[in-house]
Design a protein around this ligand. Structure first.
Ligand code: AMP
Ligand code: ZN
Length: 138
């Protein structure tokens, strides 16, 4: 299923050209137009899913293995030292394009910090209560 108003549907299905680093029947991986580092790639399913919660398990289950392959190619082909795998769901989480995609961001020793957060503090009873709220919602 495609969404004719979705730019990532058009890119994934080849209607709009892109710098493609990988393609198969179900996915296209392209270079991000606003890269966080040299080689920053996006894995796009060819079918339209708004986010990871909408994707079927078969599609979702292929994203991590593909991210690992692309990350390994970035290390070999670009000399990256590591890579981040990032996936945003919802505008509060930083999602700006509402077609499921996975960022694979090569990292180079001495390069800028790209993905980080300030660790907070939580007592163990608070962690238990929070875990119970999530468990009860499955
Ligand atoms: P997110 O914030 O997780 O939704 O990520 C969207 C990403 O898509 C951003 O990193 C943008 O730079 C990138 N982006 C938006 N439009 C295009 C496009 N036409 N081609 C390639 N990357 C794009
Ligand atoms: Zn789409």
């Amino acid at each position: 299923m495609k969404d004719c108003n979705c730019i990532f549907c058009k890119i994934a299905n080849g209607e709009i050209p892109s710098a493609t680093v990988y393609e198969d029947d179900e996915f296209r991986a392209i270079l991000d137009l606003g890269p966080a580092s040299k080689g920053h790639a996006l894995i796009l399913p060819k079918n339209h899913f708004k986010d990871i919660c909408e994707a079927d398990d078969a599609t979702a289950g292929k994203l991590f293995p593909l991210a690992a392959k692309i990350g390994a190619a970035m290390k070999k082909g670009l000399g990256a030292d590591g890579f981040n795998v990032v996936q945003n769901n919802g505008s509060s989480a930083g999602q700006t394009v509402f077609h499921l995609h996975v960022h694979v961001i090569p990292r180079y020793e001495g390069g800028p910090t790209i993905v980080s957060w300030d660790p907070g503090k939580a007592e163990s009873d608070e962690l238990t209560k929070t875990a119970d709220l999530i468990k009860a919602a499955f």
